[in-house]
Design a protein around this ligand. Sequence first.
Ligand code: ADP
Length: 261
Amino acid sequence: MTTPVFQVRGVSKEYSGTPPVRAVDSVELEIGDGEFVVLLGPSGCGKSTLLELLAGLQQPSGGEVLFDGEVLSHPDRRLGVVFQDASLFPWRTVQRNVELGLELRGVPAVERRSRAREQLAAVGLAGFERSYPHQLSGGMRQRVGIARVLASEPEVLLMDEPFGAVDHLTRIRLQEELLALWEQHRRTVVFVTHDVGEAVFLADRIILLSPRPGRIFREFVIDEPRPRTRGDLSLLEREAEVYRALHELDRRAGIDEEVVA
Ligand code: ADP
């Protein structure tokens, strides 16, 4: 059997404070090569924290995260991270924003330019190389952010609500574009969202987290064939299944609160 890309072993993360916050608790998770895994759950259940642990941007308080069989003790060039806000530099053109990571690594200008152009074309932005971020829509800016990460040729894409700030129809289009890119390269993707429809449409597997502390509540294998068609009955049935689990989570939280009260 091949080594999983990630092995999360008994991982907990506590933030100091009074009282301290246990954001992630006793998480056991393996993610295989080429898998599209979605971390789903209500706000505050530790999704971003878990993603940052997978990115090496945070260190666990307990347990360990292994990437490619080795303990992940710092960010790794093979891990590309996309956040909700593309954080583009307003004074740089689209092209130069995409080149940024390569520039910092000392990649020669000619290679940098051609890689940036290639990735901009891959996200549907050929022709916008000389534009500035303020001239683009929110969806286009997010595409530039994705192109910038892809230009560094990461093995894994870690995405934290990347389409959270764009309108619904753009979001749907970006989801489809992301899947098309994923189908081409089959890079491993870990994608954070609180949107059930988005999770079911994208995922091979959904990890549903429960809040306070963030634990894995349930896993759903979404093995509907690809390409998927939004609104297909089988996908809607899977959504209903996930919603039922979310209601159960709420019901349990309600019981806990009554006990505490
Ligand atoms: P999610 O992404 O599911 O909304 P987060 O991982 O952002 O969840 O947060 C989980 C919990 O940890 C929340 O209660 C949040 O307030 C807390 N938290 C997150 N980051 C920090 C931090 N840097 N310092 C203190 N508490 C934090």
